[in-house]
Design a protein around this ligand. Structure first.
Ligand code: NAD
Ligand code: GLY
Length: 364
């Protein structure tokens, strides 16, 4: 088992990564305030993994209230959040109850927001079961739901007490979801870890073949990068750089997700296409060489990710991007690459260059 720490003073917590961790009820019990949990999952993940997790916990005396939500990005809504509140109240869960998320990023974001707000906040544990959630969404405390006008527009920062990533769960993940998670893995190499980018280029075929050791290494390295960034800028308030850099490709990507209708493009797929748009724009600013952009394109292709964005029209992209959470005083801030392994935040990009980059990356 690999163990990392997210260093946030009194709110620090461990990330455990390895096979067979769903059976480690002892690790979970050690982080409970009282032996009672509400276990939030969905109709896809619960049949696969809820029983083994709940049985182990019940064996060590933990009371488990399962809460099973419909599956899908389209359900990351107030309605699902209310289902969680209803179930917590029906089961008379009190402030000692820990909300546990068992699933991908949608379940983690929903359950985390419920934990942040139920009775003004109860403890929370993340048990991520997709590659994307194991390398990104379960770490760092961002929780929330979508609004029809924008992704993740309503939410809270609420750190978990523990992240437990059982790499065995990745065996049942559909190929398309594995690819989507790989977009966020590649992101860490691009924004701050050039040696990791090289390692990914050397090992992408093995990763896509689900080699357990390679996947565990990629998850550990991704989480180590994320933990460092979050520890330095937990609430994404740094003026330049900081946590916002984790959003490489996301301003374009969120526009794709919202513009196409939630669930049509997977989050990771939209991030991949958005990353190429950011790379294209970085090249137009003279920061990346054409060969750098080609390197990114080749790696995303080997990870099975889409390279072209949907043609929503530049005006629609700009309108959707104007709702981005990085907009301050009406000014859009983009995450771009000054070079491979070195991302920057910039508000200083001429609109015509953004429009040209969008046009160059859209299919159709
Ligand atoms: P997801 O949660 O929708 O999961 C993808 C699909 O895989 C779902 O159908 C799910 O039921 C299924 N699934 C999950 N685990 C499985 C398993 N082991 N075997 C088989 N099927 C399994 O999608 P995701 O990619 O995990 O997460 C995307 C979400 O995460 C988006 O809403 C995005 O906004 C959010 N996100 C949040 C953060 C954050 O910091 N909070 C960061 C990145 C992304
Ligand atoms: N996924 C971006 C962040 O956690 O900040």
């Amino acid at each position: 088992m690999r163990r990392l720490n997210v260093a946030l003073a009194e709110r620090s917590y461990p990330i455990l990564i390895g096979g067979g961790l769903l059976s480690r009820a002892d690790e979970i019990l050690a982080h409970l305030r009282i032996p009672r949990i509400a276990l939030v999952s969905n109709t896809t993940v619960a049949p696969l993994y809820l029983e083994v997790l709940a049985a182990g916990l019940e064996k060590v005396g933990v009371g488990v209230t399962p809460i099973i939500l419909p599956d899908g990005e389209v359900h990351k809504t107030w309605e699902s959040l209310n289902l969680i509140y209803d179930a917590l109240l029906a089961a008379r869960c009190d402030r000692g109850t820990t909300v546990v998320a068992l699933g991908g990023g949608v379940i983690g974001d929903l359950a985390g927001f419920a934990a942040a707000t139920y009775q003004r906040g109860v403890p929370f544990i993340q048990i991520p079961t997709t590659l994307l959630s194991q390398v990104d969404s379960s770490v760092g405390g961002k929780t929330g739901i979508n609004h029809p006008r924008g992704k993740n527009m309503v939410g809270a920062f609420w750190q978990p007490k523990l992240v437990l990533a059982d790499t065995d769960t990745l065996r049942t993940l559909p190929d398309r979801e594995l690819s989507a998670g790989m977009a966020e893995v590649i992101k860490y190499g691009l924004i701050r870890d050039l040696p990791f980018l090289g390692w990914l280029e050397a090992n992408m075929d093995g990763l896509m073949a689900r080699d357990g050791e390679l996947l565990a290494h990629a998850i550990e390295r991704s989480c180590a990068n994320k933990a460092e960034v979050v520890a330095a800028d937990e609430f994404e308030t740094a003026k330049d750089g900081g946590r916002a850099l984790l959003n490489l490709g996301h301003t374009f990507g969120h526009a794709i997700e919202t513009g196409m209708g939630y669930g049509a493009w997977l989050h990771g797929e939209a991030v991949a296409a958005g990353t190429l748009m950011a790379a294209e724009l970085s090249q137009r600013l003279g920061w990346l060489a054409p060969a750098d952009v080609e390197r990114i394109r080749a790696l995303l292709l080997r990870a099975g990710l889409p390279l072209s964005a949907p043609d929503l029209g530049a005006a629609r992209y700009l309108e959707l991007m104007s709702h981005d959470k990085k907009v301050i005083a009406g000014s859009l801030r983009l995450i771009l690459l000054r070079s491979l392994g070195d991302a920057v935040t910039t508000a200083d990009v001429p609109q015509e260059k953004i429009v040209a980059a969008i046009a160059a990356c859209c299919r159709g």
